[in-house]
Design a binder for this molecule. Structure first.
Ligand SMILES: [Zn+2]
Length: 258
């Protein structure tokens, strides 16, 4: 693994931006906090897509505490509203074509208000739709509510809308299920090559609630390796919204690799 990753990183002609988006904050709090501990050991920022009507007060308090202790390391943004599927057929979607614009707007606004109650100004104006998909009407509703970016799969169907897209490239747990560590490393290395080609940031998507211990161990190894390589610039997602005020993060070592 180390050899393959190192070779891919060495082959990049310039540093590239990389970010981590972890979905479903509100489910399996113990695993979420374990993941935050893991990324913190490498001083790698992690952006949490938080489910507004699922997150409890205890977790919200803990996240505010961690955010205060290490500003910039934990990002917080909205992930749907209740993470419910409203489509009766086809692919799962919370904000899909079968819901009216009014129903979508009300639900998005309720979720936003709920998260603001927990996090106030700490909340980033980014929206990750559950299952990485939403209707063509959704981006305009998000813009009305003050969101400035939408985060979906790199392959999401482009639509004309006013929001910035911050796409994710690697579905970590899906690759793990399909082919274990080799498949994950192959996906990360091919993502590095692709993003080096187009200059976009490489997005790693995690789902802490379903990650196995072996998956976390691999993540720890990958972050340790990437964090000490000069061709990787870890970014918080909010930094990708403000290119003129980005701060470059240099190489560093993890304090442990547990
Ligand atoms: Zn989700």
């Amino acid at each position: 693994m180390r050899q393959l990753m190192h070779a891919a990183l060495d082959a990049l002609r310039a540093p590239i931006d990389v970010f981590i988006r972890d979905d479903d904050a509100g489910w399996n709090d113990a695993q979420l906090l374990a993941l935050i501990d893991l990324t913190a050991r490498c001083a790698v920022p992690i952006d949490l897509a938080v489910i507004p009507h699922v997150i409890g007060r205890g977790l919200a308090r803990e996240l505010r505490k961690r955010r205060a202790a290490a500003p910039g390391v934990v990002g917080l943004h909205q992930h749907g509203s209740s993470h419910l599927n409203h489509e009766s057929e086809g692919r799962k979607c919370e904000f899909g074509a079968s819901r009216s614009v009014v129903a979508q707007r009300d639900d998005l606004a309720r979720g936003q208000a709920q998260l603001r109650e927990h996090f106030g100004e700490l909340l980033d104006p980014i929206f990750t739709p559950p299952w990485n998909r939403c209707s063509e009407a959704t981006p305009a509703l998000l813009a009305e509510l003050g969101f400035v970016a939408l985060s979906r799969d790199r392959g999401a169907r482009p639509a004309q809308h006013a929001l910035q897209e911050i796409a994710v490239d690697v579905d970590w747990s899906r690759h793990w299920r399909e082919g274990g560590a080799d498949a994950v490393v192959a996906a990360v290395t091919s993502g590095l090559r692709e993003r080096a080609g187009d200059g976009a940031a490489l997005g790693l998507m995690l789902h802490h609630a379903v990650m196995h211990a072996d998956e976390r161990a691999l993540l720890s190894d990958v972050l340790a390796l990437m964090s000490t390589h000069p061709h990787v610039r870890w970014r918080a997602m909010r930094e990708l919204l403000l290119p003129t005020t980005n701060t470059t993060r240099g190489p560093r070592a993890c304090t442990t690799s547990a």
